[in-house]
Write a protein that binds this ligand. Structure first.
Ligand code: ADP
Ligand code: MG
Length: 843
């Protein structure tokens, strides 16, 4: 058994790799891909990182680590993808995706070893895995190991997916193609090359399921595996991270990183340095949830539910008192609305300088009242506001809006405000993933976001063909003039399909729609199961039966993702259901991104099964009214409201493309702001790590305060003194960082107001102020540390920071924010305030 790769890497990062980085294979790599081997390795190493933010020493270490992998197994890196040559291609290559021929040409080599490997004992097979040098050998061994350990012999296409992931790509493989196994082999491959792998799972349930499901395979390959759930203890987490392959949801990894970031003793840390991230449902994590910040907060303080404002805005009417932007991202008070609010607030002047806070409260309340809809954006359960994640269509238990807005929603719903607390640190999922030197992954829908994956993560997409051709019938959209006509048609379609006995999976856009539809179906004698905000394991059990004869399952977007829908259900008769035509997917509306539509239709027709999908849409759908508000009324509407006018169909597609463009712009914009914060964060963390692991703190403070040092040395042990200095400097650095990010949030909000007033570029302004604030951080932390060192009581027990009022937060907790605290939600509120301020005053 090998040591976990990370340990090895940390210990001998300067030494030559021990995994045969022999020049022969490296030259081979160069020869076959006409790319110099070291270039290839270099590109792979920094592919997933902003190269400019990395300190030179770690960069070198990464390159070495990658050279190890690249040398150990000779598939090229990302750079080789560009060198597409005119070979006879075994597989059709999708536009915008990587060339697969360099993987498929290894298949004969893999197949040739099969008979020989079958003869090996288990132990011999494990040894062979440990000795495997070429990717082809690894695949051959893993194929035999999977056959023995799991009873599943990986198909060629699965191994091609594995090879793509081993080259740092995102493998696009349809639902049901067996990504779990393909990913596990890739993870084992990285681990056997000395790397430490985090398999990022969609949720707790899947992290545990996949790790346990694949464990026999890992065992046989001699690779250790662990998993992490929300409820894992620190000891369990430490053990899981110490394994060579660790399965965990992205939020748990992020929270661990954040908590570790505040550790005051090395022993308290649970994570290990990021190395390889292998991401399941990669597009969800890398694109849809990229901007979601994971937050570590500490020390409680009561939030205020602003009931007064909630009552004021409740009485305002759309049109007369406020207007909503066509993309429903902004709400603006009209003149009449401002007057009404002024009267309701006792005749104040909203635009007087001193009333700016009132105006802000009013706008936040209005935002909560108008733009955030109950059962669409959030649900209320057990006296709490729970957010609904748009891309997952399910309730995210820990998510909250930025504090002010969250309290406003609580006020709107008549609830008392929950604790807020101070943000100690936060990191977006995007930043977290970018901290991994190697990023790869798998999903059913990647090609559509291929360019974004390249732009944000430097990852290429490899579109892997299905094992058995897909015969699912995707019907053209049925477009209706009105919502009512659409819903009638949906119910009629469900009835008709249900009468044939065919199972139906209905995908809705939100929970409210799910429940409305379910109620109507029940009333019409069409009993169905609704999937929305239950727990993952329960959802998995329900969705597993969605392919049973006669089943009607209503699900928000991708609840129950990751679970296979087998025709006939788990114990039923597959052939009977196949005979009927397989699973029928019905979408009740097009999503904001075509990729989400594909995710839904992809649930039918798995592994060559029969199946079908059809989407219903109407000109009154939010997608159309928000993103194509000026569309001309359709011609050619029949009696049932069905539209055959091609121009109207074009409008629907157009609205979706606009929505995709808007979301991409928001992503880009958030990243522009976050990038700098991320660089600053990394600098602080590098410094912090030195304080934590070395005697830098005592050295620094001793140099600055030699007399105090001499005085203390008389009574206090060196060891205690070193620790005391460390705790002092860590305290002030952490304090400084928390202040800094709070400042940045303020700056970000203020910048918009000021920039709007002066016509300056908000991003430039933000950068200037962020850099200024950051420069102060170190100086201040240093000065404060010196003061504390001079004044605080330091005895044989250490420094008594608590007595000096320097307390670390007594309790910390973590949560996800639905959207960036520096980003859109507050942004929107601020933008509307800005607009109001810029508006000519009424008299
Ligand atoms: P995906 O994640 O791609 O949607 P899964 O990994 O959940 O797919 O696998 C879908 C189903 O296919 C599972 O039931 C799994 O056991 C099965 N499967 C995967 N690979 C093979 C194989 N090589 N041979 C037979 N069955 C397989
Ligand atoms: Mg899966």
């Amino acid at each position: 058994m090998k040591l976990p790769g990370r340990n090895r890497r940390r210990e001998d990062s300067g030494a030559p790799g021990d995994v045969t980085p022999d020049t022969t294979t490296a030259t081979e790599a160069g020869a076959t891909d006409s790319t110099p081997a070291d270039d290839t390795a270099g590109v792979t190493a920094v592919a997933a990182k902003p190269a400019d933010t990395k300190p030179a020493d770690t960069k070198a270490a990464d390159t070495k680590a990658a050279a190890k992998t690249a040398g150990a197994r000779s598939t090229g890196g990302v750079a080789a993808v560009g060198g597409v040559r005119n070979r006879v291609r075994r597989f059709l290559q999708k536009p915008g995706s990587a060339d697969l021929s360099r993987y498929s040409k290894l298949l004969p080599q893999i197949a040739a070893q099969e008979d020989r490997l079958r003869e090996l004992t288990g132990e011999e097979l494990t040894d062979a895995a440990g000795d495997a040098v070429e990717d082809a050998d690894l695949c051959a061994i893993a194929r035999e190991a999977a056959r023995r350990a799991l009873g599943e012999r990986p198909f060629d296409v699965q191994l091609i997916g594995t090879l793509a992931m081993l080259s740092g790509q995102i493998a696009e493989m349809a639902t049901g193609e067996g990504k779990t196994l393909a990913g596990a082999i890739a993870a084992a491959g990285y681990a056997l090359a000395g790397r430490s792998v985090h398999v990022v799972a969609v949720n707790d349930y899947l992290a545990r399921r996949d790790a346990e499901w694949m464990r026999p395979l890992y065992d046989l390959l001699g690779v250790s595996v662990g998993w992490i759930n929300q409820s894992s203890t620190p000891e369990e987490r430490r053990a899981a991270y110490a394994a060579e392959v660790t399965y965990a949801p992205v939020s748990e990894i992020g929270f661990d990183v954040l908590r570790d970031r505040l550790a005051v003793r090395v022993e308290d840390m649970v994570t290990t340095p990021p190395d390889v991230a292998l991401i399941d449902e990669a597009d969800s994590v890398l694109i849809d949830e990229a901007r979601v910040p994971l937050v570590l907060a500490g020390s409680a303080e009561e939030g205020i539910a602003d009931r007064e404002m909630a009552d004021v805005v409740r009485k305002l009417a759309r049109g007369a008192h406020y207007e909503i932007d066509e993309d429903a991202r902004n709400v603006t008070l009209t003149e009449a609305g401002a007057h009404a609010a002024e009267r309701a607030l006792g005749g104040i002047d909203l635009y007087a300088e001193e009333n700016l806070p009132v105006l802000t409260r009013l706008n936040v309340a209005l935002h909560a009242h108008v733009l955030l809809q109950r059962d669409v954006d959030y649900i209320v359960t057990g006296e709490k506001v729970r957010l609904v994640s748009e891309s997952r269509g399910r309730v995210a238990w820990l998510q909250r809006l930025p504090d002010g807005l969250h309290a406003a929603v609580e006020a709107k719903e008549g609830l008392s405000a929950t604790d807020t607390g101070e943000i100690l640190d936060s990191i977006t999922i995007e930043s977290l993933i970018r901290s991994y030197p190697t990023v790869c992954g798998m999903t059913g829908t990647a090609v559509a976001v291929g360019e974004q994956l390249r732009e944000f993560y430097n990852c290429e997409v490899a579109a892997i063909p299905p094992n058995v051709p897909c015969i699912r019938e995707d019907e053209p959209d049925r477009l209706y003039a009105t919502l009512e006509a659409k819903e009638n048609a949906i119910v009629a379609q469900i009835r008709q399909t249900h009468e044939s006995g065919r199972p139906i999976l209905i995908g809705t856009l939100d929970i409210a729609e799910s429940e409305r539809l379910a109620t109507r179906l029940e009333r019409d004698g069409l009993p169905c199961v609704v999937l929305n905000a239950k727990n993952d394991a329960e959802e998995a059990a329900i969705i597993a039966e969605a392919g049973s004869r006669g089943a009607i399952t209503v699900s928000t977007q991708i609840a129950g993702r990751g679970t296979d829908i087998k025709l006939g259900g788990t114990n039923g008769d597959r052939d009977e259901v196949a005979e009927l035509g397989g699973l029928q997917v019905i979408g009740t509306g097009r999503h904001q991104s075509s990729r989400l539509d594909y995710q839904l239709s992809g649930r039918a027709g798995r592994q060559g099964d029969p199946g079908g999908s059809v989407f219903f849409a109407s000109m009154e759908d939010d997608l159309v009214t928000q993103y194509a508000p000026d569309a001309a009324p359709p011609d050619d509407v029949d009696d049932d409201g069905l539209i055959t006018d091609p121009a109207a169909h074009w409008v629907l597609g157009h609205a979706q493309r606009v929505a995709e463009g808007v979301n991409l712009e928001i992503h880009r914009n958030t990243w522009r702001y976050n990038k700098l914060i991320e660089e600053q964060r990394r600098i602080v963390l590098d410094h912090r790590d030195k304080l934590l692991r070395t005697d830098l703190a005592l050295k620094t403070l001793g140099e600055k305060c030699p007399e105090r040092l001499a005085e203390l040395k008389e009574t206090v042990d060196d060891e205690v003194l070193t620790e005391a200095a460390r705790q002092i400097m860590l305290f002030h650095l952490d304090r400084g960082w928390a202040n800094h990010i709070a400042d940045l949030a303020d700056v970000r909000e203020g910048i918009h107001l000021r920039a709007l007033g002066r016509g300056l570029d908000p991003l430039d302004q933000f950068h200037k102020e962020a850099v200024r604030s950051f420069n102060n951080l170190f100086d201040e932390a240093q000065q404060r540390s010196e003061e504390t060192f001079k004044t605080v009581a330091i005895t044989g027990e250490g420094a008594d920071l608590g007595a000096a009022g320097l307390k670390r937060p007594s309790a910390t907790w973590t949560y996800l924010v639905q959207d960036n605290p520096f980003g859109t939600d507050i942004d929107r509120a601020v933008r509307s305030v800005g607009r109001l301020l810029g508006r000519p005053r009424s008299s």
